[in-house]
Write a protein that binds this ligand. Structure first.
Ligand SMILES: Cc1cc2nc3c(=O)[nH]c(=O)nc-3n(C[C@H](O)[C@H](O)[C@H](O)COP(=O)(O)OP(=O)(O)OC[C@H]3O[C@@H](n4cnc5c(N)ncnc54)[C@H](O)[C@@H]3O)c2cc1C
Length: 322
């Protein structure tokens, strides 16, 4: 039996990328494999996906009714019953994970460590504080109890497919219990043709320099050619050029794409905090002294209104995207 339990998160019948990242963190904790608990109406489909992921020892499946939409007040008491079998319980540090896991930690009197970026040993972890500027090493005392961990999304690769046979599925997650005391009112979801910013491999991000929402749309063509998500600086969001959920940085999303293209973004520390795990950073800025060039791997000095359409044309000529 595995010592580690990962709580799955589903979106439109699929496991989230964050779930796979939590599984990668679990593999660093115990290469022997982790159990994966899947709750909610998407559980059947997601369990099928989960049992084919490397490092999954068993999938624990629950009743499909009662867990949707996911409320921490419903999930945590059920997970507390499952947690009794494990030394550590992990979940992605997503909105749901941040909501569920502190409750779970309280219910099991566990040791909560948030945003785990690295596993040093089974009780010692690295995590960041002060907007990523200070790295902490934290150790949970052996006698302190069960570990309840959230996994920093920008720090882990997604666990891939397994080579051998699919993992077994057991249907033993109990029903939700009692009155949760909270009521679900509704969800307003921003939909976009572009990939999800948090998990995209490429991101084209715009800053204040775009000057208007109409001009911000200029980035869509480039993003489409590259199959990239759109992002924005806080200045662009505050000015209403881009929706709030596109904000990258300390008070926005922390992302780790393979390629990040910063267009008309100065490179303030609060913005850079959100992209320092990006593999390649390219910057377009008309000011050669802009701080973004200090961290950029590739820099283009010039007017974005000339460079972006030229880049798009060059990609078209090269037959990249459509
Ligand atoms: C507590 C706190 C939290 C914050 N959190 C965040 C956060 O999460 N994310 C975030 O982004 N910011 C955050 N900020 C704000 C941050 O400090 C900056 O103000 C913001 O990032 C600046 O956005 P910007 O680079 O788009 O704008 P600016 O700093 O105004 O930069 C615009 C850049 O565009 C260039 N430019 C202008 N015209 C052109 C052109 N035609 N072609 C090419 N380049 C051009 C300029 O040279 C300049 O470098 C936070 C601030 C605080 C205090």
């Amino acid at each position: 039996m595995s010592r580690i339990l990962v709580i799955a998160e589903c979106h439109h019948d699929h496991l989230t990328e964050g779930t796979r990242k939590a599984l990668a963190c679990a593999a660093a904790l115990d290469p022997g494999g982790a159990d994966l608990a899947v709750l909610g109406s998407a559980a059947e489909a997601a369990a099928e996906e989960g049992r084919r992921i490397a490092g999954v020892a068993r999938v624990r499946l629950g009743p499909q009714a009662g867990f949707d939409p996911p409320l921490a007040t419903v999930w945590a008491p059920v997970l507390a019953r499952l947690a009794a079998d494990y030394e550590a319980v992990l979940m992605p540090a997503s909105s749901l994970g941040r909501d569920v896991m502190p409750r779970l930690a309280a219910l099991v009197s566990g040791v909560m460590i948030t945003e785990v970026a690295e596993v040093i040993d089974p009780r010692t972890f690295r995590r960041f504080i002060y907007a990523g500027n200070v790295r902490l090493t934290v150790r949970a005392r052996p006698e302190a109890g069960r570990l309840v961990l959230t996994v920093r999304l920008a720090s882990w690769p997604a666990a891939g497919e397994r080579a051998g046979e699919a993992a077994p599925v057991v249907r033993d997650v109990p029903d939700p219990v009692g009155d949760p005391g909270t009521r679900y009112i509704g969800l307003e979801e921003h939909t976009s043709e572009r990939p999800d910013l948090q998990s995209a491999k490429r991101v084209v991000s715009g800053g204040r320099a775009l000057g208007s929402a109409e001009n911000f749309a200029l980035l869509e063509g480039l993003a489409r050619r590259l199959g990239a998500a759109l992002g924005a600086s806080r200045a662009a969001v505050d000015a209403g050029y881009a929706p709030n959920d596109l904000q990258v940085g300390q008070t926005g999303k922390i992302i780790a794409p393979d390629l990040y293209i910063a267009v008309g973004i100065s490179g303030a520390i609060q913005h850079v905090t959100g992209i320092k795990d990006a593999r390649v950073i390219a910057a377009i800025n008309k000011d050669p002294e802009a701080p973004i060039f200090k961290i950029a791997d590739v820099g283009l000095v010039g007017d974005l209104f000339t460079i972006v359409p030229a880049l798009e044309k060059a990609l078209e000529r090269a037959g990249v995207g459509s």
